[in-house]
Design a protein around this ligand. Sequence first.
Ligand code: ADP
Length: 488
Amino acid sequence: MVKELYIAGEWRLGRGKVIQSIFPADNSVNAEISTASPEDIEEAIVKADQAWRSPEWRARMPHERAKVLYKVAELIEARAEELSKLQTRDNGKPLAETKALVMSAAATARYVAAACETMNDDMTTQRAADFMTFSVHEPVGVVAAITPWNSPIASEVQKLAPALAGGNAVVLKPAEATSLIALELAKIFEEAGLPKGLLSVLVGKGSVVGDAIVKHPLVRKISFTGGTSTGCHLAHIAADKLITTSLELGGKSPTIVLPDADIELAAKGIAYGIFSSAGQACIAGSRLFIHSSIFDQFLKRLVEITKGLRVGHPEQNNVHMGSLINAAHLASVDRYVQLAIQEGGEIVTGGHALTEGDFAKGSFYLPTIITGLKNHAQVCQEEIFGPVLVVMKYDNEADLLEQANDSCFGLAAGIWTENYRKAWRMARALEVGTVWINTYKKFSISAPFGGFKDSGIGREKGRQGILSYMQQKSIYMGLNEQPNPWAD
Ligand code: ADP
C-alpha cells in the first residue's frame, strides 16, 4: 500500500509521483510513498498560515504549548524500539546508533517543553517616568524545515519542537531516503494533541518540493540542515524574500593530538569521531593532525583500532558501521579515495568497498585511513561524508592552527591533550562552532550548535534555539495623563 502524507492534519495520498523507500543494507524496498504535488504544497502552507494565527495555538500560553511537547517526548520514548528499527531501515545505520538518535529526539522535545514553561518576555529598563517598555516575543509564522537523511528523527525534532514552542506552524520536507521516519513522527505529534494544520510532512525531491516550499510567499523562515551548496541556494531565496534562516551545513573538522595526549583515549575517541555513522555526519572528525613526536606510535594504535571495527548488517547487534546510504554515495566516497591516491596519498587501511557475501547487495565501505597528503589536497579540503580519515603530521602549534583553520568549513574540532590551559587557548583560536576537548561527538541540547564560515548561519539548541523561531516586538505603555509634551 502506498504511504499517505500528513497534509495540514489529514492523512491522504500526495498527488505527486510515487517513490520507493529502500533499505540501504540490501536494496530491498521498505515501502512505496506518495509525494507532494504543487497543490498539496499550496494546501499545506495556506492551512499552516491559518493554523498558527488561529486562537487555538496563538492564544495558548507557552506552558500549555509545552504540554504537547512533553507528550511527544513520552510517545517517542514509549515507541523507541520500533522507531529505531524504522530509522535503520531508512538509512542503514546500526540499531544502537538509531536508538541513540531516537532517545535524543525525546530529550530534545522534553528540554524545549521545559524551556517553554520558563520563557520570559522582558520589561526593559525604564527610561522615563511617563512610559514603560516591554519586549515580547512573537512567532514568525510558517516555518519550512528541511532535513537530511543522516540523523533524521533527531534533526527533525530539533526543528519542530522549538518552532512549535515559539507559536509557529511547520511544513517539514524530509530527505527522500528517510521519509518513513518523518511520517511516523507526524503520527506522534498528532497523537500528542497538536492542533490540525500546525504540521505537515511533505515528501518529495528537494529541488522540486523543497524548493517550492521555501519559495512560497507565506513561508517566513527556513530551517535547513544539509549540504553547503543547497544551503547557499536557500540563503539566496531567503534574501529575496527578506526572511531569516538557520542553516546547519557541511564540515571538514580537524582533530588535533598533542604530544601529551592519552593515546588510548584519543585513538578510540578519534576512531569513533570519524567512523561512527560510517562517517556520514557533518561533524565527522575527518582531518587528523598528530604531533610528529608521537606520530608513528599513535597511527599504529589508531590503525589497530580501525581494523578491529565491525562493519556489518545494521540490524545485527554489536555492529560499529552499517551501510552507506546508497550505491551512488558509495561511488562518490570511493572516487575521493582514488583521488587521494592520485594526489600522492597512501592508504594505510581500508580503501575499498565490501562486496562479497552478505555485503553484496548493500553499500558497505571499509573504514579508511590515508596518510601522506598535505592539508591543501582536495581530499583534505572537501567534505567526503564517508568513513575516510586523512592523517597529517605537525611540528609546531602556530603552523598547526593555521592548517586546522585553513578550510572553508568551520563546524567542529577536537583536541586531545592533558594540558587544559593549552587546550583552552587552542579552542579559542579554532574557527569552528563546536570544540570537543578529550571527547568527540558528544551533544548537549542546552549548548547552542552551528557553524562558522561555510558550515552555516545561526544556532540550534539551547534556549536561544527557541528564540530563533520568534521575532521581538517592543510595546510602550504611556503612564501620563498628558498625551504629549506640548503645553496646550
Ligand atoms: P545531502 O547531501 O546531505 O543529501 P542536501 O543538501 O542535498 O544534502 O539535502 C538535504 C535536504 O535538502 C534534503 O531534504 C533535500 O531533499 C533538500 N534539498 C535539496 N535540494 C534542495 C533545494 N533546491 N531546495 C530545497 N530543499 C532541497
